[in-house]
Design a protein around this ligand. Structure first.
Ligand SMILES: [Zn+2]
Length: 234
């Protein structure tokens, strides 16, 4: 191998490690946002369940008020009936009493149905409350996990970056320039090994001339297709 290459290969490994660490770090806010979204959803569901319960209770109270009013009406009719002197008046009030009694029965049935529904809605609120609590607890744990991971990664990144600075000095400046151009040209691996006579980056067959150059290693060899720096695995 060309004597300048081992230092460059080490530098590349560090660059790749730095890129990995940076992308891992960039993922952390995404994970946090997703968790917060899940919690928000759980809270919304709880809120909705409570609103449903309140609405149903309001309807029930209104109906109970109407029943009270109907009962007062019934009592008035009954009193009037006791005081009735004429038969037609008595009959008319009997009819009114029948109508009001029917209405009371219907409304009472409705209230019973609403009471049954209230149990279901109450259970629903309880369930959503538990889910929201659970989500809240989980998120606290996970947030701590993420924060720990972030500081671990940030420390590792800082260490790797300073190690890279130290390694960089040991790489031949001209070769480093070529490497940088390849990296900026979005070659995730700028220095590659020859694999079965092909470039380890673009996989194109290399010419005999290039292979020989890699072999002799007195000069730096480049892939004639993609321009990557080539080395032979010893
Ligand atoms: Zn190539």
């Amino acid at each position: 191998m060309h004597p300048d290459l081992p230092a460059l290969i080490e530098l590349q490994e560090l660059d790749q490690k730095i890129a990995r660490l940076r992308s891992e770090l960039a993922q952390l806010p995404v994970a946090k946002k997703r968790m917060e979204g899940e919690l928000e959803e759980a809270k919304q569901k709880l809120h909705k369940a409570k609103l449903e319960q309140q609405a149903s209770e309001l309807v029930r109270r209104q109906k109970e008020g109407e029943i009270d009013e109907l009962r007062r009406q019934l009592a008035r009719y009954q009193t009037q009936q006791l005081q009735a002197r004429k038969n037609e008046e008595y009959q008319a009030l009997s009819h009114e009493i029948l109508v009001v009694t029917g209405e009371i029965e219907r409304e009472e049935d409705n209230v019973l149905l609403l009471l049954e529904k209230a149990d279901i809605l109450q259970a629903n609120v309880k369930r959503e409350e538990q889910k929201a609590e659970q989500a809240e607890k989980e998120i606290q744990g996970k947030k701590k996990e993420l924060a720990d991971k972030e500081s671990r990664l940030a420390l590792l990144l800082a260490e790797t970056e300073s190690e890279r600075e130290r390694k960089k000095i040991r790489v031949d400046p001209a070769l480093f320039g070529q490497y940088q151009r390849l990296v900026h040209g979005r070659r995730e691996n700028a220095v590659v090994s020859v694999v079965h006579g092909s470039c380890g980056g673009c996989h194109m067959k290399l010419t005999r001339h290039t292979l020989l150059r890699v072999e002799v290693a007195t000069e730096i060899a480049f892939c004639e297709n993609c321009g990557r720096i080539l080395f032979a695995i010893p």
